[in-house]
Design a protein around this ligand. Sequence first.
Ligand code: AMP
Length: 401
Amino acid sequence: MLQSFEFKDRKVILRVDFNVPIKNGIIQDETRIVKTLPTIQYLIQQGARLIILSHLGRPLKELLPDGSINYSKFSLQAVASKLAELLNCKVYFAKDCGDEDTQLKLQSLAAGEILLCENTRFYKQEEKGDSEWAKKLAAFADFYINDAFGAAHREHCSTATIARFFDKDHKAFGFLMQQEVENGLKVLQNPNRPLTAIIGGAKVSDKIELISSLMDFCDAILIGGGMAYTFLQAMGYHIGNSLCETDKLDLAKTLLDKAAVKKIQFLLPEDSVSGQHFANDTNIQISTDQNIPEGFMGLDIGPKTIVTYTQHILNSKTIIWNGPMGVFEMENFSTGTKQIAEAVSRATQQGAFSLIGGGDSVAAINKYHLQDQVSFVSTGGGAMLEMLEGKQLPGVQAILN
Ligand code: AMP
């Protein structure tokens, strides 16, 4: 536990997830930075000499045309300024991660001061989980704290390998990561029942493993979004021009069979709001059954489905939600997602535990200002999905073992 350590005057490496969207040097959404402030503030108040590490984007995968790294696009410099502004204190910035500039600035770093190092992913060793580089970074500090839940599913140098160089009394989760892990475990270990998962989003291929794992411990799964139509097609319904992954039809059938064998309730939309084109301003039809009219595409769950799903949600004691019910970015196809968000919020007020599991469902819950009306909104899209899939997260294991 973070609180059980004595940090005064000690050097502490804090790995965070500052992978924020930046356009022309301006941070578009600072949520990830804000979420780590409690850990940062705690450590500096305790008098730690704080070295912060983070990745930003995928600089080695998005090289410049001449094959070199786009340092300016993927620099954490703008994050250093934002962090200083949010904390109202000076934040030193090292132009490298662990090399000369880091070492120089570290020499004069006093208790309670912060040094943010440049993007860990500028180094090819990072994504390889390279032991030598991890050892070099570890040597800078007495403690290692991981608050980067969003990167916990990666076995990278600064998220996992580095922790091997610290014993149990010198490493811990940050406050955010602790909360993420505890809330994830709440639904995985002895959840109150009925346990309902609401899964939406564009593609079934992204969530096959998730749906299959959820079938092992959920009582009901409610499917919405574009992925519903691959299932409906697999069941023989007409889906018009709706999104369909034809190469995943067999897998969809396998999942439908698994749901039947497991005797869990696996619900698909009973009706849909369909559009002629993928646009807000298009001809709209509300189907009365599971078939989509020729020339139309299903873009939201329909009114009957909303009623059925809402009833299920209100009867649940634990709720997991990942993925919107429709193209909620377009006003005419946002009702399903909005109503489901409201149902999750109402169920929570009635005592259910609700976990919003990352990605676009987080954007949706924020859009309807319901983020404070649910039990927990995860910051880690991919990491939370992998946790719910029952996988061990390298970043978590590295702290625990
Ligand atoms: P995901 O990242 O897989 O959770 O997908 C989220 C995206 O799925 C959002 O941008 C939605 O607009 C999109 N989406 C939801 N429902 C549909 C649908 N019926 N057809 C096409 N796209 C959809």
